[in-house]
Design a protein around this ligand. Structure first.
Ligand code: ADP
Ligand code: MG
Length: 146
């Protein structure tokens, strides 16, 4: 099932992220797809805000993974961009579906073998200017919460 949400500025995308952080159950794994500049990291910033995280979320491209651990619901932010064409058996699976938190993955296609069946997929498309179309694909139970 799918749900389509349109945003017309980055604050709206962040608000959507903050809302997702509140309604999604712990253990949720979100896979974000979309071109560079689509708004993936902006959405993650909103999720972080919704989880009460004070640090500024940067794209972890050069770290692959960043864990915001000292919060009731930790955020695990993975950017798999640099894992294209390399062996992805580096222990990331321990953090995907982290029991007490939310895991968000940018460039999930590069670690497809590590993704769970109940993945929540969000595709972001730049519709011109500040307009973005976010298509959320997930099972019925999850989509009913959104
Ligand atoms: P990605 O992680 O997909 O490469 P970023 O979130 O880093 O993208 O960048 C998105 C850029 O687009 C930011 O500069 C942001 O300010 C801008 N932007 C404009 N409108 C929106 C919107 N509706 N939602 C998200 N970002 C937007
Ligand atoms: Mg990014």
């Amino acid at each position: 099932m799918e749900k389509v949400i349109l945003t017309s500025n980055k604050e709206e995308t962040m608000r959507l992220g903050a809302y997702l952080a509140k309604v999604l159950p712990v253990g949720s794994v979100l896979a974000l797809t979309g071109d560079l500049g689509a708004g993936k990291t902006t959405l993650v910033r909103g999720i972080a805000e919704g989880l009460g995280i004070k640090e500024v979320v940067q794209s972890p491209t050069f770290n692959i993974m960043k864990i915001y651990a000292k919060y009731p619901k930790p955020l695990i932010h993975i950017d798999a961009y640099r894992l294209a064409d390399v062996n992805t058996d580096i222990g990331l699976d321990e953090y995907i579906g982290y029991e007490t938190g939310i895991t968000v993955i940018e460039w999930p296609m590069y670690i497809s073998s590590l993704l769970p069946d109940d993945l929540i997929e969000i595709e972001i498309i730049n519709k011109g200017g500040d307009n973005r179309m976010l298509t959320i694909s997930a099972n019925k139970e999850i989509l009913e919460k959104i």
